[in-house]
Design a binder for this molecule. Structure first.
Ligand SMILES: [Mg+2]
Length: 250
């Protein structure tokens, strides 16, 4: 599909395996604090932490608690559940967040797919919501930097996805046209609807394909890749289950 020239990728949960990397960072924090002296099983610790963290994020989204409470309580509650004393939960959180962007796990087939796209002379960029320093560190430590010309973070642009202005800003900086650009990401709200609002075609990367409310207009090659809508001739929404299936599209 050579009508596209510029590919804009999301980072977290699309290329960089956020869940696996946060678990690795937490394991490293656990080891550095020698918590295995007091908690025998990291998996039990991780599983309890996940439950607490999930509940606190829910409360945060419902505006029942503030961010500093979330940051403190997620480790405070987990440590007290395991009767651990003498660890500062805020410092533990800082240690964990410092280790996060140093993790390098990408989704299967990401490197091979990016090599394939690079060889086919697509220009590739990243548009990501997050802190500039953190996102750049993730990109360089995981070896993604060789594939991408430009990285746009919501912190640097001062506008987060799904606001259409971050997409339009990125296109302008790359001298790219809407018709020849496409956004690739895992979030229906931020990546897909955001890019669509900016008039840019999109590829939704989703294992679950929870998109039943979107009309199917053009079934493609196999059940793992299809066009889910085409509002106008140049504005399309494609869907793939895995990043590696992008090689069928481009
Ligand atoms: Mg994402």
């Amino acid at each position: 599909m050579k009508k596209y020239e510029q590919l804009f990728f999301d980072l977290d949960h699309t290329l960089w395996d956020f869940d696996a990397n946060s678990k690795l960072a937490l394991k490293q924090t656990f080891d550095e604090l020698a918590l295995n002296d007091q908690i025998k099983d990291f998996e039990a610790f991780f599983s309890y932490y996940q439950g607490v963290n999930h509940q606190l994020w829910e409360a945060y989204r419902n505006k029942e608690i503030r961010k500093p409470d979330l940051i403190k309580k997620r480790f405070e509650d987990t440590l007290s559940h395991f009767n651990v004393e003498g660890i500062d939960p805020v410092e533990m959180n800082e240690q964990y967040l410092e280790l996060m962007p140093l993790q390098t796990k990408l989704f299967p087939g990401v490197v091979e797919t990016l090599h394939y796209l690079k060889e086919r002379r697509y220009q590739m960029h990243i548009i990501t919501n997050g802190f500039t320093e953190v996102q750049h560190r993730k990109i360089s430590t995981s070896g993604l930097d060789v594939f991408f010309d430009r990285v746009f973070t919501s912190e640097a642009v001062q506008i987060p996805k799904p606001d259409k202005r971050i997409f339009l800003h990125a296109l302008k900086c790359c001298n790219s046209k809407k018709k020849t650009s496409i956004m690739i990401g895992d979030s229906w709200e931020t990546d897909i609807l955001g890019a669509k609002g900016a008039g840019i075609s999109q590829v939704y990367v989703s294992e679950n394909m929870n998109i039943s409310d979107v009309p199917l207009v053009d079934m493609g090659v196999g059940d793992d890749l299809f066009t889910i809508s085409a509002d106008r001739a140049h504005l399309k929404t494609y869907c793939v289950k895995k990043v590696e299936n992008l090689t069928k599209l481009f």
